[in-house]
Design a protein around this ligand. Structure first.
Ligand code: HEC
Ligand code: HEC
Length: 419
């Protein structure tokens, strides 16, 4: 559990941080180009941005998820090669930089941090190396093929030389390779730089804006409605959400503080039902405990079915919800937390009574959390208040909020100054 601090102290230290909204560094510019480049996928039709979009949807903030999922309610993304789909919902790439490297927290006795629902990439750079080569995502056959695509764009040749003194032009294009020719030595170093540049871009303040209504209220610049206020109290109190979706500022490890991130980056099994609407109806995702490395360290299977606690920042604009996208709305998932153990049961989520009069059983029955959730005793009005509170976590509030106290263009009270 991260250290907590009083609000007054938080405001002082955060305001002291320079409100630097400066441009991107050269490396971040390169990362941005790579992030948006469809040419780096098998059919030249998909970029990171395809599934983690930077575009504004419905006048709100960019959601950093797959716009197709938002528009059509589909749980999973289409890959570069037609009809290939994965089995997990694309999480937001926003605020992901705050997840610490994957590690075992000895004091708490639990795993923390990492990227992906099961934390298998330790950090952003390691994560960024995966989608290019994932057959259900960008589907490139190997690193050399990715580097060959880079060579097709002279801007990359210049940038890689300028920034890293790496000569793309000297690496043969894979289509000119001889049969069984070994991969040129430079490919690994170039590929590593691709991932580091993307990670640098994801660390820019574009991805971590801290300019939601919640942030402006925290800074004392505007006010919640009565319902939002009630929702926050429930979130931190009776509903117990803040036990995992931490609503207080945290230490940044460098003497400063980070505004609330609404996650503690740990892993839990909240008893999510299987989503039978995922193409191919794949078998349950075993999460953290399904990883072969964790399996070896986990003879009692205590990590089975656990997935990463995701941030709730921008949550209102990133449906559907949960690692398999089984919940269509915030109302539904909140009702699930409240009544998982009390509502009754339905066979699966294609049943019209799903969430109305029952829930299916958990997709992984082991390690389901019965201490903190499942029977919260909230009234329907209280559920709605919690949802109203979560809706205050959407960024770019000055642009969409129509709040006379926070006119368009108002900078974040907590810009982290980290570009
Ligand atoms: C076809 C859609 C698709 C594409 C393309 C894609 N992603 Fe993802 N991304 C996903 C899905 C699905 C997950 C969750 C997978 C998992 O947890 O195993 C994910 C997870 C992530 C995460 C982890 C977030 C967290 O909080 O754990 C980050 C960061 C990310 N992607 C960045 C990228 C980058 C960078 C690229 C381009 C190199 C990229 N993605 C390309 C679908 C996509
Ligand atoms: C014991 C820890 C814990 C508590 C308490 C908790 N959550 Fe979560 N939350 C999680 C985990 C873990 C996930 C991801 C679970 C998964 O997908 O399997 C999650 C996911 C979510 C998501 C979906 C995130 C996404 O990106 O799809 C929402 C929304 C959410 N929680 C809201 C709440 C609310 C509201 C409460 C209080 C009523 C709450 N949570 C209480 C651990 C917790």
């Amino acid at each position: 559990m991260p250290a907590k601090m009083p609000l007054s102290l938080l405001l002082l230290s955060l305001c002291a941080i320079a409100n630097a909204q400066s441009g991107l560094t050269d490396e971040q510019q390169l990362g941005k180009r790579l992030y948006n480049d469809k040419n780096l996928s098998a059919n030249r039709n998909q970029a990171c941005a395809s599934c983690h979009s930077l575009k504004v949807v419905d006048g709100k903030a960019p959601a950093f998820v797959d716009p197709d999922n938002i528009k059509k309610g589909t749980p999973v993304s289409l890959g570069s090669i037609d009809f290939a789909t994965g089995t997990l919902n694309a999480p937001s790439a926003a605020y992901a930089k705050f997840s610490p490297p994957f590690h075992w927290n000895k004091k708490e006795g639990l795993y923390e941090g990492g990227q992906f629902w099961n934390g298998r990439a330790s950090d952003l750079a390691e994560q960024a190396g995966k989608p290019f080569l994932n057959p259900v995502e960008m589907a490139m056959p190997n690193k050399w093929a990715v580097v060959s695509r880079l060579k097709e764009d002279t801007a990359y040749i210049k940038l890689f030389f300028k920034l890293y003194q790496l000569d793309l032009a000297a690496v043969p294009h894979i289509k000119d390779a001889q049969f069984l020719q070994p991969t040129p030595a430079a490919v690994d170093s170039i590929y590593l730089k691709i991932t580091q540049a993307i990670a640098a871009f994801e660390k820019s303040s574009l991805f971590s804006k801290f300019n939601s209504k919640f942030d402006f209220v925290l800074a004392g610049k505007t006010q919640f409605t009565a319902q939002e206020e009630q929702g926050m109290k429930l979130f931190n109190g009776k509903a117990g959400c803040s036990g995992c979706h931490i609503s207080q500022a945290v230490l940044d490890g460098q003497g400063g503080f980070v505004p609330p991130l609404f996650t503690d980056f740990t892993y839990d099994n909240i008893g999510l039902p299987q989503n039978v609407k995922i193409p191919g109806n794949p078998s349950p995702n075993l999460g953290l405990g399904g990883r072969s490395d964790i399996r070896k360290l986990d003879p009692d299977r205590k990590e089975l079915g656990k997935h990463k606690v995701m941030t709730l920042r921008n949550i209102a604009i990133t449906p559907p919800y949960g690692h398999n996208g089984v919940f269509a709305t915030l109302e539904q998932i909140t009702r699930f937390y409240n009544t998982r153990d009390t509502l009754g049961s339905v066979p699966d989520n294609s049943n019209p009574d799903f969430s109305v009069s029952g829930w299916p059983r958990p997709e992984v029955g082991k390690n389901v959390n019965h201490n903190e959730l499942g029977n919260l005793g909230l009234t329907p009005a209280q559920e709605q208040a919690v949802v109203a509170f979560m809706k205050t976590l959407t960024d770019d509030y000055p642009e969409w909020g129509n709040d006379p106290l926070i006119p368009p263009g108002t900078p974040s009270p907590f810009a982290d100054g980290n570009n």
